[in-house]
Design a protein around this ligand. Structure first.
Ligand code: PLP
Length: 385
């Protein structure tokens, strides 16, 4: 046992113990929180098969923990396919959802046993002519979400008006269309666009039948929001209107979703240490061993602002937290009130599981955080950065 099974691995005491043993920076994953997020979303969307999208945190601990809960998986690249293959995940619990694929992406997924793919245009559809006996497709429809933190319908998805032509072309090419998918954007402020997307797709599914297909799947994507520095809508409230819209679908339609952030984000914290400090213009600058090029990369790419705190107490002063690299944009937060910190003092970033470590680099040769995955006190895995 690495920790007392009763102990919260995100508590100050646990964090100090882990840094003493494994050094810093760390990304600490709590399998118990992974399960909690999964079951809370599953309860808010009864009857919807949840496919964890690996992209925000492609770590074995999440995959095996979710697999044991009966989850499904959403894969997008050869690397993700290899990861679930290595972990013994059943291929019929996986779908491949990258709308644009190389021949090798399709072949790698098929050779693992994944048979359901996503397309959003005629050229991509034609790639499946030679695989028509082994693959079936979902068509990704675009619904722009200006209110989401990350708009995922600009780069991918076809306009609802263009779907009928794809149904027709697929029928001509004798390629099976199993249904539709969409992703209204990540960290949605509310579910209005998802509800509208379900309603539009309900009509489009009828058109698919008219074109000679037997669609039976609607994939409502990801985008379920979590609390960062700014709180999000509670997931039950977010999902209630989606449930109402889904209830209007024909009962034979299987509904699936692709949550990433909702499961990964609250399930990990980032721990960094103070490497040095300087007083500049009346503000204490603390230089940490993790920053914008590391686990805090989510502040750049994903536009998240993570809650950060110091594991220290005392009178507070205006402070700046900076990353370790020589680049001047590598600043995590300014205008924070923090106690006066010393070398080796710890800074904890919360809600840091999604789009953080996954997009971290080793710029300036500062290594990525070591990942520790814990389950009720047991260390599942220690992955050096
Ligand atoms: C990134 C992605 C997801 C996960 O989205 P979240 O907003 O993290 O839930 C799901 N599906 C696809 C196709 C994606 O690209």
């Amino acid at each position: 046992m690495e920790l007392d099974p009763q102990q919260d691995p995100f508590s100050g005491e646990a964090v100090r113990h882990l840094v003493a043993r494994y050094g810093s920076p760390l990304l600490v994953i709590d399998a118990e929180r992974v399960r909690r997020q999964y079951h809370r979303l599953a309860a808010a969307l009864p009857g919807v098969d949840l496919h964890y999208a690996l992209k925000p945190l492609p770590h074995p601990a999440l995959i095996t923990t979710l697999d044991a809960q009966g989850a499904f998986f959403d894969l997008a690249t050869n690397g993700e396919v290899e990861l679930v293959r290595r972990l013994g995940i059943a291929p019929d619990r996986c779908i491949h959802t990258h709308p644009i694929k190389r021949d090798s992406d399709i072949r790698t997924a098929l050779s693992f046993g994944v048979t359901r793919f996503v397309i959003d245009n005629p050229d991509e559809l034609r790639k499946f002519s030679k695989f028509r006996s082994r693959a079936s497709l979902l068509i990704r429809v675009s619904f722009r979400s200006p209110g989401a933190q990350v708009d995922l319908s600009r780069k991918f998805g076809c306009d609802p008006e263009a779907v009928a032509d794809l149904f027709r072309l697929a029928a001509e090419l004798r390629i099976k269309i199993d249904g539709l998918s969409f992703h209204t954007g990540s960290q949605n402020a509310d579910s209005a666009m998802m509800v509208k997307a379900v309603e539009v797709c309900r009509v489009l599914l009828q058109e698919a039948v008219a074109a000679g297909h037997a669609p039976h799947i609607l994939d409502i994507g990801g985008g379920f929001p979590v609390d960062y520095l700014q709180p999000a809508m509670p997931i039950e409230e977010f999902c209630a209107p989606i449930r109402a819209a889904l209830a209007q679908l024909p009962p034979a339609v299987r509904v699936i979703a692709e949550p990433g952030r909702y499961i990964a984000a609250p399930s990990a914290i980032a721990v960094a240490s103070v490497m040095g400090r300087a007083l500049r213009d009346g503000h204490w600058w603390y230089y940490l061993d993790d920053g914008l090029y590391g686990s805090y990369s989510g502040q750049m790419y994903d536009h998240s602002v993570f809650p950060v705190e110091a594991l220290a107490s005392g009178e507070t002063f205006p402070s700046v937290l900076a990353g370790p690299t020589c680049d001047s944009i590598d600043v995590i937060r300014e205008k924070l009130q923090l106690p006066k910190l010393d070398m080796g003092d710890l800074i904890v970033g919360r809600v840091m599981g999604a789009y953080t470590w996954a997009s971290a680099s080793e710029f300036n040769f500062f290594p990525r955080a070591t990942v520790l995955a814990l389950d009720r006190g047991r260390l599942l895995e220690a992955t050096p950065g």
